[in-house]
Design a binder for this molecule. Structure first.
Ligand code: ATP
Ligand code: MG
Ligand code: MG
Length: 386
């Protein structure tokens, strides 16, 4: 299909599903990840994967020399080194280092989106305890203190409940660069995957509804159960958000959004510059999956169909639970008896509590049938927080 070799920084489940798409099209992918048997490396027989951290300058340089295009499956990478790769012309980098740099710092991301007139929750920089107290006075309570860098699964967030709680929040996130955000009284969390070619052309996937528990995505429903106006609004917010990114922002992006309790206002929560958990359903439910479209975008090939090819779909995350491997296998085994269900297991060595071990996609002919099928599996999920 294409003789170019792609290097990917990070070799977890997103890299694994990316390689599944690349394998089918006979495109070589080389992985940079510290774990020798990482989920992505397991399904690729390529001999020259690199067993080094994806923050290592040396390793990124080596990967760039051996590949035509570099991409990421995680935003917490070494952007200085990616910028050098671009400058020296060692390989193309998609999304560009400047895009990843902008997105990996959630505060800079907010500033950029505000400059480009996108709708956001109010936010403010917060370097000191005094500034955090000012944020409480400005936004009221609760408000959210967030780490600027390295955040995932809500681990860098603290919901400040009252004036007396500000110091505790500051201490909890201690020592990290922070910013504060107004608490959004949302009724639903929505997400849209958007794919962008190097030319800037964008295509959007349907609006989905995501449900998080303890800040971790638990379920995704496609399409979202929202009225047409909200759907149009969410599509517009997602398209505008990705369209305004700097030149060179090619690849797939996830746009997380809040639907305000007023039932009409949609604001951006954050962008992911890579395949996203809310887009896993696209493998079974859309014309072309988020992973294949990411591959096509970074190679500047024509993009595939982003529409749903089934009336309704859901994605259920399978997390490590308090009873180890059975909390992972029980819902997977249950799903084998459910029509329309497809199991994905990521091959992670240990089922640690709340770790993403796999997911199950369910497709159906109607919302009612989807609910029935999904319920049969959700009932078998272990309570990860118990
Ligand atoms: P991810 O794994 O998605 O990258 P993250 O660590 O970057 O997560 P966020 O997406 O900022 O964290 O927040 C995690 C969850 O916390 C959100 O999905 C939402 O449920 C809740 N949340 C975040 N910000 C706000 C806010 N301003 N108001 C209300 N709830 C919020
Ligand atoms: Mg995030
Ligand atoms: Mg998030």
């Amino acid at each position: 299909m294409d003789s170019r070799v792609i290097g990917i920084l990070g070799g977890g489940q997103l890299g694994r599903m990316f390689i599944e798409a690349a394998n089918r099209m006979n495109i070589e992918v080389r992985v940079l990840d510290p774990t020798a048997k990482s989920p992505a490396k397991q399904i690729s027989n390529f001999v020259e994967h690199i067993d080094q951290p994806f923050t290592s300058s040396e390793a990124i340089k080596q990967l760039a020399k051996e590949c035509d295009v570099l991409t990421v499956e995680i935003e917490h990478v070494n952007c200085d080194e990616l910028a050098k790769v671009e400058k020296l012309g060692l390989a193309k980098v998609f999304p560009s280092s400047s895009t990843v740099r902008l997105i990996q710092d959630k505060y800079l991301q907010k500033c950029y989106l505000e400059e480009h007139k996108q709708s956001l929750p109010e936010y403010v920089k917060c370097d000191t305890l005094e500034e955090a107290q000012d944020a409480g006075r400005k936004f009221g309570f609760p408000f959210v203190l967030k780490c600027r860098l390295g955040a995932y699964d809500g681990r860098g967030n603290y919901v400040v409940k009252s004036e007396n709680d500000v110091a505790a929040g500051f201490k909890f996130l201690g020592g990290k660069m922070l910013y504060a955000e107004k608490f959004v009284p949302f009724v639903k969390e929505l997400a849209v995957m958007v794919v962008r070619r190097p030319s800037g052309q964008v295509e959007t996937y349907p609006v989905v509804e995501t449900a998080q528990r303890d800040n971790i995505c638990e379920l995704v429903y496609a399409p979202a159960q929202i009225d047409g106006q909200v759907r149009q609004q969410a599509m517009k917010v997602a398209t505008d958000t990705i369209s305004c990114l700097p030149e060179g922002s090619a690849g797939i992006f996830g746009v997380e959004m809040f639907l305000h309790e007023d039932g009409r206002t949609v604001v951006v929560n954050e962008i992911a510059p890579r395949p996203h958990n809310s887009g896993h359903y696209t493998i079974e439910a859309c014309g072309t999956s988020q992973f294949e479209n990411h591959l096509r975008a970074v190679l500047d090939l024509p993009l595939g169909d982003t529409n749903l090819k089934v009336p309704a779909a859901a994605m259920i995350n399978v997390l490590g639970g308090s009873d180890g491997i059975s909390s992972v296998l029980d819902p997977c085994l249950a799903s084998l008896e459910v029509d329309g269900a497809t199991v994905h297991l990521y091959g992670k060595a240990e089922a640690k509590l709340a770790r993403k071990m796999g997911h199950i996609t369910v497709v159906a002919d109607s919302a009612l049938q989807l609910r029935r099928r999904t319920d049969m599996i959700v009932g078998k999920l272990a309570n990860a927080s118990s």
